[in-house]
Design a protein around this ligand. Structure first.
Ligand SMILES: Cc1cc2nc3c(=O)[nH]c(=O)nc-3n(C[C@H](O)[C@H](O)[C@H](O)COP(=O)(O)O)c2cc1C
Length: 134
């Protein structure tokens, strides 16, 4: 895993919760999320096809996430692309076993998205911002 992705996933794992913003028409929508995994040098998140968030991403894949920990926050802005690869679903379920209570690889609901051409910003009260793409 490259250094940038390493830094991103460590921050998200440490923060535990991030907030995922999507767009519905001209209305921003935001909700807490916790799933995050790196697979083949991409950052993936997980949701369910039945959720409004999934319908919003289908209509408009633009999304942004934000998480905060200690004095630092991260924002990741880009497009979320669905990936139906079974292996990444399995890895996600292995990373967060409690998800198995609600999802499995073949339930027709579990959905994985990766960030495409995303801009990452680390910002802090104590240091200048750092930007890079993943
Ligand atoms: C701490 C926390 C983490 C969550 N993580 C996820 C997640 O990774 N994926 C997911 O689909 N829902 C997750 N949820 C549940 C969603 O926030 C919830 O289903 C939300 O209503 C989905 O947005 P929507 O109603 O716009 O579809 C989480 C909830 C909490 C409180």
């Amino acid at each position: 895993m490259n250094e940038k992705l390493e830094k991103v996933i460590k921050f998200l794992d440490d923060a535990q919760t991030y907030y995922l913003a999507t767009v519905e028409g001209d209305q921003p929508r935001v909700r807490p999320f916790g799933t995050a995994i790196i697979y083949k040098d991409r950052l993936y998140i997980q949701t369910g096809k039945v959720k409004a968030v999934s319908h919003q991403l289908k209509a408009n894949p633009k999304a942004e996430i934000c998480a905060f920990k200690d004095v630092t926050w991260i924002r990741i802005a880009g497009e979320l692309v669905e990936d139906d690869t079974r292996e990444v679903k399995t890895l996600m379920l292995e990373k967060m076993p409690s998800l198995r209570r609600m999802y499995n690889e073949d339930d027709g609901n579990m959905q994985m998205f990766y960030f495409k051409d995303a801009e990452v910003t680390f910002a802090s009260f104590v240091a200048p911002p750092e930007k890079f793409n993943i």
